[in-house]
Write a protein that binds this ligand. Structure first.
Ligand SMILES: *[C@@H]1O[C@H](CO)[C@@H](O)[C@H](O)[C@H]1NC(C)=O
Ligand SMILES: *[C@@H]1O[C@H](CO)[C@@H](O)[C@H](O)[C@H]1NC(C)=O
Length: 341
């Protein structure tokens, strides 16, 4: 009896790893969800690896520690506005952010309400419970009353005095000096403009510099496209022609890795797609029949050794899904392990 049992145990011990395979962690994992509804719009990553999240129809900038993502901590609020859009690091741990009024009910920006603000997080500290221990310093860089909307945002490079801000309507790129507040329309091109006859005046949306180019998305033109233009990296001026990289359906924002692969967030199909430097397109996560990144809006790479191949993807919770204007979940942050996709 004893011997038989031992044999059985030994056998089961031997057999079980084969019968029940090691559970492997999923390649895409939701790490945080805001209350429903929350339209998470954009993301930037601090040097310490924490994620900064902007929200449309919520005027607070939030910080999330992806290694302990139980709470999104408030960083700072903009009481004179209701929405935050693009965010970009301008100096180590100092960020510029597009702020303005936007209504999700009629999906319309409040003309003249947009401005670029500076948020200095070098002094910012919060507890593990999300309580602010030491505040960030927030200051206005400049209002741009001539801009109907300011959407995506990028620095020319860390330490540059200039940021480029996407004026989705009427489809221009603004240049702003973050020290003096001086601004002007820097780039104009047909590839930046909204699609003719589109009910949403939404042309250029995401903007990011990957030398020697400024890459940009145009959400709906030619069905939605990723484009680029070579620029002078000191001034932002175009040094060549605007061109289409791929035209592959409705697109919001994107992130570029060190090898020049572009990860785009697809508006209609709820996917993140990778565009290789050679122009091949493949789906990395999501799909029209999947909810993992439903309502995907933007993405950014981790900055730590452990998560440098993790793409953090934000969503609006599906508010623009097949059922119009219904939020299926609160906006989320999904961590996609690119080593496993
Ligand atoms: C902004 O989001 C936070 C966190 O979800 C929430 O507590 C707060 O009520 C929101 N504010 C508005 C104006 O919706
Ligand atoms: C945003 O809208 C609110 C409410 O209508 C208004 O009081 C505020 O002045 C607007 N902000 C800007 C920057 O125009």
């Amino acid at each position: 009896m004893f011997t038989a049992l031992t044999t059985l145990l030994a056998l089961s011990h031997f057999v079980s790893p084969l019968a029940v395979p090691e559970p492997s962690p999923p390649s895409a994992k939701e790490i945080f969800q805001f209350p429903n509804p929350t339209f998470v719009e954009n993301i930037a990553v601090r040097p310490n690896g924490n994620l900064l999240l902007t929200i449309i129809a919520n005027n607070t900038l939030f910080s999330l520690d992806p290694s302990n993502p139980s709470i999104a901590s408030p960083v700072t609020s903009f009481p004179q506005s209701n929405s935050l859009f693009g965010i970009a690091e301008i100096e180590p741990d100092v960020f510029a952010v597009n702020v303005g009024n936007f209504s999700l009910t009629d999906f319309k920006a409040d003309f003249g309400s947009f401005a670029v603000w500076k948020v200095d997080l070098r002094s910012y500290k919060c507890s593990e419970k999300g309580d602010v221990l030491s505040k960030a310093t927030t200051s206005l860089i400049t209002a741009i009353p001539e801009a109907p909307i300011l959407n995506g945002l990028t620095s020319l490079r860390l330490g540059s005095p200039f940021v480029l801000s996407a004026g989705s309507d009427p489809g221009v790129v603004w240049r702003v000096n973050v020290h003096t507040g001086e601004y002007k329309v820097l780039l104009r091109d047909a590839l930046l403009e909204p699609a003719a006859g589109s009910t949403l005046p939404l042309g250029v949306n995401g903007v990011h510099v990957h030398a020697p180019y400024l890459y940009f998305t145009n959400s709906f033109l030619q069905n939605g496209l990723l484009g680029r233009v070579p620029i002078n990296l000191l001034t932002g001026d175009a040094t060549g022609e605007f061109e289409v990289v791929v035209s592959d359906g409705g697109v919001d924002d994107f992130a570029i890795d060190g090898r020049g692969n572009v990860y785009m967030t697809k508006l209609d199909t709820f996917e993140v797609e990778r565009v290789s430097p050679g122009g091949e397109v493949e789906v990395v996560v999501g799909g029209p029949d999947q909810t993992i990144v439903e309502g995907v809006t933007s993405c950014a790479f981790g900055r730590g050794r452990r998560d440098e191949r993790t793409l953090y993807v934000t969503t609006n919770g599906g508010s623009l899904g097949t059922l119009p204007a219904t939020y299926r979940t609160g906006g989320k942050v999904v961590a996609v392990d690119l080593k496993r996709v």
